[in-house]
Design a protein around this ligand. Structure first.
Ligand code: GMT
Length: 381
């Protein structure tokens, strides 16, 4: 199949899923065309089936904001037409689904029917999408998609709750490449950070408010009163400065390291004992899956799709949002040497259920079905 993939190319779950999906499909022999405003961060290898089309956003003094959606729709039209795509797969509804709708209408005028699949990732529904400033367009463009997927059962439910959706939504969860994400031997690194055998906690995110990084630091502060421990914070974003200030206030700076954005996050995860994800909203929790694949148990909140991944009491614990006391208690329980090996083994076993080899065929099947169904609309090409 020839598939066009539209996504946010920067660090962030939806872009990572879209890029990894494209790479995996290319390895299977499908021709994949990425359409984005810059080279996707994870599009870092060569394959003869992978193509990249940059959206050219022209500015003009009159525009306070350059009309990205129009430039994207125009690029989609050209790529579909000149590369002969079979399907457009857009990740994150805003503004990709509505840009795809526009491209589809333009192509229809030219006698080309291009089916569109929209994958909902989370904040495009639970945070930004349901805001009145976007809701009508999001509802419309989801309903106009030929196929719609959500990354968890919870996100599927929220979409029906918040929007007037008349389409079927299939759940296709996030996935992981276990060849890349696996525990590596990095003892020297562990020894450098934890020279006295301290337990090592880790959090990775884009440091947005919704991630509640302050709870990670507070849990760590409480936990450190009971056991020797260190904390690694991976990623960067709007909350970073505030979090550094919080560490200074709590006097934890010596035991907390801010590592910034890292490419090889699996190397860091390989030496960690506990992953902390106290998010206020989280449609799936790809970062937690990455940790589990590296045999790291997860202490998380119980919101959104997280409980579909992190099984309470087995692969870690799920606690109420903001309940630092309970989280600290559960962290101590996981880190207890009697319990830790079991949690690690079960985290890995659970991650294996989301291996790319398990999830990729679900996307392929839905592509086939959507392309087949759209043939009734085909005029001439
Ligand atoms: O986590 C983020 O804020 C980034 C966001 C994105 O769209 O880039 O991630 C969302 O999509 C990921 C991939 O499907 C999910 O694993 C994350 O749970 C989801 N984030 C939220 O719902 C907050």
């Amino acid at each position: 199949m020839k598939i066009g993939i539209v996504c946010y190319p920067t660090f962030g779950g939806s872009g990572v899923v879209a890029t990894e999906l494209g790479k995996a499909l290319a390895k299977e022999g499908h021709q994949i065309h990425f359409i984005t405003y810059s080279q996707p961060t994870r599009l870092d290898f060569f394959n003869q089936n992978l193509f990249y089309h940059e959206v050219d956003i022209k500015s003009y003094p009159l525009f306070e904001h350059a009309p990205y959606e129009l430039a994207l729709a125009s690029k989609m039209v050209n790529v579909v037409k000149y590369e002969g795509l079979d399907l457009l797969h857009v990740h994150y509804a805003i503004p990709h689904a509505s840009a795809a709708y526009m491209a589809k209408q333009i192509l229809k005028e030219q006698g080309i029917y291009i089916p569109v699949m929209t994958t909902l990732h989370g904040t495009d529904i639970t945070l930004v999408g349901k805001d009145p400033s976007y809701e009508p367009v999001v509802t419309f463009s989801i309903n106009q998609s030929d196929a719609v997927t959500a990354v968890s059962e919870d996100l599927r439910k929220s979409t029906f709750e918040h929007f007037d959706i008349r389409k079927r939504i299939d759940v296709i969860p996030n996935f992981i490449d276990l060849e890349r994400f696996k525990r590596q031997k990095k003892e020297h690194f562990k020894l450098a950070i934890c020279p006295h055998g301290e337990k090592l906690l880790v959090h990775t995110s884009n440091f947005r408010k919704v991630k509640r990084v302050e709870d990670v630091i507070k849990v760590f502060y409480e936990l450190r009163k009971k056991i020797p421990a260190k904390l690694l914070l991976v990623g960067d974003g709007p909350e970073r400065d505030k979090m550094e200030r919080l560490c200074r206030e709590l006097g934890t700076c010596d035991d907390v390291r801010f590592l910034g954005k890292l490419e090889a996050v699996e190397e860091v995860l390989s030496v960690c004992d506990l992953f902390v994800m106290p998010s206020e909203k989280e449609s799936f929790g790809l970062a937690a899956l990455e940790a589990m694949a590296c045999e790291v148990p997860v202490l998380s909140s119980d919101v959104g799709g997280i409980p579909e991944l992190n099984i309470n009491g087995e692969t870690g614990f799920t606690c109420k949002v903001g309940d630092v006391k309970e989280m600290t208690k559960r962290a101590l329980e996981i880190l207890d040497e009697k319990n830790l090996p079991g949690f690690k083994a079960r985290a890995l076993a659970r991650a294996k259920e989301f291996d790319v080899s398990v999830i990729l065929p679900l996307y392929e099947a839905l592509y086939h079905q959507t392309i087949e169904e759209s043939k009734q609309f085909v005029f001439e090409r």
